[in-house]
Ligand binder design. Structure first.
Ligand code: F6P
Length: 320
């Protein structure tokens, strides 16, 4: 391959820049040029790109967001949009594409692979950590640490005022961030979309905890499980506690990546470029334990990543 493209797509995640840097420098090291398309798949359709040399990706390992910008491109979801993208890639002499993003972005990559036999390599980048075939996706560790820092601060004021705080973290379809942040902050309850819960039971356990001398509590809720404001209202009506709520929202997606995310992004980005240049295609790279792995995108996108049941049990036991 003489030239490959790289995009970041879907929700941004801290560490995406480090991954772009790794793709570029690993490819350049093997004598291959790299172009970065702006706004993900939309940039391929619109022919919006920049050549990426080593200097172009200097100084970005520390930064959050994505220098290539990102988007969830509606036109790319159509057959016409994808044909246009392939036409543009071919005109530019781009022989392969590294896609850094979550499940929607990886689905786009699989389409290019299956419909046009175009060489693609996926890199898991999403704060949600809900992608199969890897223990971690880029950005999860930073998002969890951001949530933990915020929850720790709220715990101080919850303690001082003897209140219940309901804190909503991101995760539309799953509770990976909620479970990790809940465990790390000693939350009294963690509500996630995967597990049914009863608000009346939560109120009961808050009352029992109060009888045992606990005067403040933290409830972490994933956005896909319920709205924090609804839970706060329910608790205020059904317990003697004064409750407050906080939605952490997009602050979890921003900020400088943790060392863990930077190193993960560098390893995954370089592995993706190396595999693409070695002739592999239609895969997503990942980590299994401390080992770099890769799996067919078709497998990654057809299997569901589930939360470790041992962690769910720990949430319950530790809340006592
Ligand atoms: O997939 C990443 C994510 O941050 C989810 O956790 C969240 O539900 C969603 O993106 C928010 O998307 P948007 O930025 O489009 O509001």
């Amino acid at each position: 391959m003489q030239k490959i493209g790289v995009i970041t797509s879907g929700g941004d995640a801290p560490g995406m820049n480090a991954a772009v840097r790794a793709v570029v420098r690993a490819a350049l090291g093997r004598g291959c040029e790299v172009v970065g398309f702006i706004h993900g798949y939309q940039g391929i359709i619109d022919n919006e790109f920049l050549p990426l040399d080593s200097r172009a990706v200097g100084g970005i390992i520390t930064t959050g967001g994505t220098m290539l910008r990102t988007a969830r491109s509606k036109p790319f979801m159509t057959a016409e949009g994808r044909s246009k993208a392939i036409e543009n890639l071919k005109k530019l002499g781009v022989d392969g594409l590294v896609v850094i993003g979550g499940d929607g972005s990886l689905t786009g990559a699989l389409r290019l692979h299956e419909e046009f036999d175009f060489p693609v390599m996926g890199v898991p980048g999403s704060i949600d950590n809900d992608i199969s075939g890897t223990d971690f996706s880029i950005g999860f560790d930073t998002a969890v640490n951001t949530a933990v820092e915020a929850i720790d601060r709220v715990r101080d004021t919850a303690y001082s005022h003897e209140r219940v705080f309901v804190i909503e973290v991101m995760g539309r379809r799953n509770g990976f961030i909620a479970v990790e942040a809940g465990l790390a902050t000693g939350a009294e309850a963690v509500l996630i979309p995967e597990i049914p819960y009863s608000l009346l039971e939560i109120c009961d356990s808050l009352r029992v905890a109060a009888e045992r001398g606990k005067r403040s509590s933290i409830i972490v809720v994933a956005e896909g499980a319920a709205r924090a404001s609804d839970i706060q209202e329910f608790i205020t009506k059904n317990t003697p506690y004064e409750a407050r709520y906080l939605v952490l929202g997009h602050m979890q997606r921003g900020g400088s990546p943790t060392a863990f995310d930077r190193v993960l992004a560098l390893r995954l980005g370089a592995h993706a470029a190396n595999r693409l240049l070695s002739g592999f295609r239609g895969e997503m790279v990942g980590v299994d334990g401390n080992h770099l792995v890769s799996h067919p995108l078709s497998y990654v996108l057809s299997s569901e990543r589930v939360i470790d049941p041992e962690k769910l049990l720990l949430c319950e036991v530790m809340a006592r």
